[in-house]
Design a protein around this ligand. Structure first.
Ligand SMILES: [Fe+2]
Length: 335
């Protein structure tokens, strides 16, 4: 009895002391995660019954298990504007977005917020789909932070979480002729407003540098090299950690002038990748050899931020043909 009381005398003050110094919470306070997905639309534009890839549901379950603080989707939520008339959900945008919301419901149940931006499938060739815009605004844009440009509230926006700033950029406001647009003035202000921010991630739908030598004009930022260069120079000048995009349906990672570009478009559809044909401005980092369309599997990225070590680790997980996840790429940002 005497021994137990002595232990209590020691343990209780230790707990109080550790609690006061915050050391009891050391793991939770200093390490946290966020996940990135993109291009969650169905690959089959002609026969899709939902507009959403069947890979989204298993990937969302895997992401919930990681307990991230939040998830970002960088556009093309549904087949949307590119759905063919042969599909039973042709022009049924509310039905397609409802299917997307159903697939991501486990995030809501786990209290994990989801931040989304539009892709070209969520926009249309020249925003001629009034219904599409209406449903997107109601179901998504109105529920995002409303600190974007006056003509893009809820479409472009930013937020800070644990000293990491996320700038989510819509590329379709006033877009015509299949050219992507950028809110450059707003972006510049957002990038320069970084007081108390340790790291910045910028996300938008189109890669800034192409993974292929294809020349088709299709809302690609790299179709407009002058605008793209202006955009990238802003990222470089403001020490952005990475620009994350989707659009091209491949996972690829490279670096231009010290800023990482991560293409995360390999969820719903697949393209082959050959580093030899990627934009020559890009210092290719992964994959270093050609990947066939079949081997370019659906995937998602889990970022782990360790404020104590000042590192950010990124793991790209993919699903095999039985929907089992495997680690495809892992790398670390150190600062
Ligand atoms: Fe896409």
């Amino acid at each position: 009895m005497m021994k137990f009381n002595k232990m209590k005398l020691f343990i209780i003050p230790m707990i109080i002391l550790l609690g006061m110094t915050g050391m009891l919470n050391i793991t939770h306070a200093q390490t946290w995660k966020f996940a990135v997905i993109s291009d969650t639309h169905d690959n089959d534009k002609t026969h899709t019954t939902t507009g959403v890839t069947p890979y989204l549901a298993p990937i969302i379950n895997d992401i919930v298990e990681e307990k991230p603080d939040m998830v970002m989707e960088t556009g093309d939520l549904i087949v949307g504007a590119l759905t063919e008339p042969t599909s039973p959900v042709y022009k049924k945008y509310a039905v397609q977005y409802a299917a997307f919301q159903k697939a991501v419901e486990p995030l809501k149940n786990a209290n994990v917020p989801l931040f989304v931006i539009r892709g070209n499938h969520d926009y249309g060739a020249a925003n001629e789909e009034a219904d599409l815009q209406k449903v997107y605004l109601e179901k998504f844009a109105n529920r995002m932070p409303q600190n974007g440009p006056a003509d893009a509230k809820g479409l472009s926006y930013s937020f800070v979480h644990n000293k990491v700033k996320f700038i989510m950029v819509d590329q379709y406001v006033h877009a015509t002729n299949k050219d992507a647009t950028l809110p450059m003035d707003w972006l510049k202000t957002e990038l320069e407003n970084k007081q108390g921010v340790d790291h910045i991630f910028v996300m938008g739908h189109s890669p800034a540098y192409s993974p292929t030598n294809e020349k088709k004009r299709h809302f690609n930022l790299y179709d407009q090299p002058a605008l793209r260069d202006q955009f990238w120079d802003l990222l470089v000048k403001n020490n952005v950690t990475a620009y994350i995009s989707g659009h091209k349906h491949v996972y690829f990672r490279g670096n231009v002038k010290g800023v990482e570009q991560i293409g995360a478009g390999n969820l719903g559809s697949a393209l082959s990748y050959n580093p030899e044909t990627a934009d020559k401005n890009l210092t290719n980092l992964f994959p270093t050899t050609s990947v066939s369309r079949e081997d370019n599997r659906p995937g998602y990225i889990i970022f782990t931020v360790d404020s104590d070590k000042n590192t950010i680790t990124a793991n790209e997980y993919c699903l095999d043909t039985d929907n089992n996840k495997y680690l495809y790429d892992t790398y670390q940002f150190t600062f």
